[in-house]
Design a protein around this ligand. Structure first.
Ligand code: ZN
Length: 373
C-alpha cells in the first residue's frame, strides 16, 4: 500500500491501542494481572508536595551542600516539586489513574496497626487486617495468610504468584513461600530456571557486594532481579517492595531519601512500560503502589516512625490500570486504611478476598471499577 495510506493505518492502530490502554474497561479484560508495589516509609508529604523546604538543610536533612540540594529539588509550586520528584506518579498515574492520601484535600489513608513500623505495615497490606500480635520487625514467619497465598491456591492464579522484596524480612512476612507463592527477598539469589545471564549477574552482585544495610541490596538490584523474573515467568500477581526510601530517612539523609524516591518512581515507570510492551500484560494489568507507614512531621522526627511518632500512621496509595477510573488525585472521601489494599489487589483480578477472609477489610471504594467476575 502507498506510504501515506500505511501511515494512516499505523496512526489509526496506535490510536485504538492507546484508547484501549487508557480507558477504563466497561467489561473485564479476558486476562487480568496485578502488581502491588510497596515503597518503604516514603511520606505522603513528599508524594503530594515534593521536597520539604524545612528538610533541605544540614541540621534537619543532613545535607552537606544545602544550596545544591535546593537548586535540585526546590520549586515554588508544590505541583512542580512533586512532578520533579515523582514524574511517573504525577504524569501518567495522575492523568490515567488515582492517588489517595493528600490529607490537605480530605483524602486520608492510615495504617490500621498501632505499631507503625514496617513488618506490621507490610503484613497489614497483604493480609488485609492488622494483627495486634505483630508489633515489631522480628524474624517470625507470618502466621496470617496473605492475599497472595490465597491467590496462589486459586485455579486462575495457581503457580503464577510472586513476591520479590528488597528487605530480607519480606521472606517471613510473605510466609516463606507457604501455599505455593514464589518468594525472593534481600540478598537471596533467584535461581529458578530459566536463569538469564542478567539474573546470574544480579545474583553475583548480591553475593559479592556490601550494601549499606544488612540483608538488603540497593533497590536497583532488587528491581532488575524482579524485572528479569517478570520477563521470564510473567506472574499474574506480583508484590514488589523497595526499601531505600526508609533506610536513607533513618540515616537522616534527606538528599538521598529524595533521590531514592525519584529512582523508585523511575523503576515503577520502567515496570509499567515493560508490562504495556508485553502482549500478555498489555492493557490487562492493574498497578497499585503504597507506603507501609508514615514518618514524623518535623525537622527533628521526620527520620523516625513508630507508635509514639505523630504522623507515622499516615500513608498513601496510587493505582493505575484498565479497571481504575481516571479520577486523578482523590479528595473528600471516607478514611481509607492500608488493610484495604489486600482485598483491592484481589478485586483487580475479579476475586473477592473479603469473602474468603472475614477479618479482611473491604476493597478501597472507587479504585477498581469492575468488581464482578
Ligand atoms: Zn523504617
Amino acid at each position: 500500500m502507498p506510504a501515506t495510506t500505511r501511515r494512516a493505518w499505523i496512526l489509526a492502530l496506535v490510536l485504538v491501542a492507546t484508547a484501549a490502554i487508557t480507558a477504563p474497561a466497561a467489561s473485564p479484560p479476558a486476562e487480568r494481572n496485578v502488581v502491588l508495589v510497596l515503597v518503604d516509609g516514603l511520606r505522603w508529604q513528599e508524594v503530594f508536595t515534593g521536597a520539604d523546604a524545612a528538610l533541605l538543610d544540614k541540621d534537619s536533612g543532613g545535607i552537606a551542600d544545602a544550596e545544591a540540594a535546593r537548586a535540585t529539588w526546590w520549586r515554588e509550586s508544590p505541583a512542580e516539586r512533586r512532578r520533579l520528584l515523582l514524574p511517573f506518579l504525577w504524569t501518567v498515574v495522575a492523568r490515567e489513574g488515582q492517588l489517595l492520601g493528600n490529607r490537605a484535600l480530605g483524602s486520608a489513608v492510615d495504617v490500621a496497626n498501632a505499631a507503625r513500623v514496617s513488618y506490621p505495615g507490610y503484613s497489614e497490606m497483604i493480609v488485609g487486617f492488622a494483627d495486634p500480635a505483630i508489633t515489631g520487625n522480628a524474624a517470625v514467619v507470618n502466621p496470617n495468610r496473605s492475599v497472595f497465598e490465597w491467590l496462589a491456591g486459586l485455579p486462575a492464579t495457581r503457580g503464577r504468584v510472586a513476591v520479590i522484596g528488597a528487605w530480607d524480612r519480606v521472606a517471613e512476612i510473605a510466609a516463606c513461600g507457604r501455599g505455593g507463592v514464589f518468594v525472593n527477598a534481600g540478598l537471596e539469589p533467584i535461581t529458578v530456571p530459566p536463569l538469564t545471564a542478567e539474573q546470574a549477574l544480579l545474583n553475583r552482585i548480591k553475593a559479592e557486594s556490601f550494601p549499606p544495610w544488612p540483608g538488603e541490596p540497593v533497590d536497583a538490584v532488587t528491581f532488575y532481579a524482579a524485572l528479569e523474573y517478570v520477563r521470564a515467568h510473567m506472574p499474574r500477581a506480583l508484590w514488589l517492595t523497595f526499601g531505600e526510601t526508609d533506610e536513607w530517612a533513618h540515616a537522616r539523609r534527606y538528599d538521598r531519601t529524595l533521590l531514592s524516591a525519584q529512582r523508585t518512581d523511575a523503576f515503577i515507570a520502567a515496570l509499567w512500560h515493560e508490562l504495556q510492551a508485553t502482549p500478555a500484560t498489555r492493557g490487562t494489568t492493574t498497578l497499585i503502589v503504597a507506603g507501609d507507614h508514615g514518618r514524623g512531621r518535623t525537622g527533628k522526627d521526620w527520620t523516625d516512625h513508630g507508635k509514639d511518632v505523630p504522623g507515622a500512621g499516615e500513608v498513601w496509595i496510587a493505582a493505575l490500570g484498565p479497571l481504575t477510573a481516571a479520577l486523578g488525585e482523590r479528595s473528600r472521601h471516607e478514611p481509607v486504611t492500608l488493610s484495604q489494599v489486600a482485598a483491592t489487589v484481589a478485586a483487580a483480578l475479579g476475586e473477592d478476598y473479603a469473602a474468603a477472609e472475614p477479618r479482611a477489610a473491604p476493597p478501597i471504594p472507587g479504585l477498581i471499577t469492575y468488581s464482578g467476575r
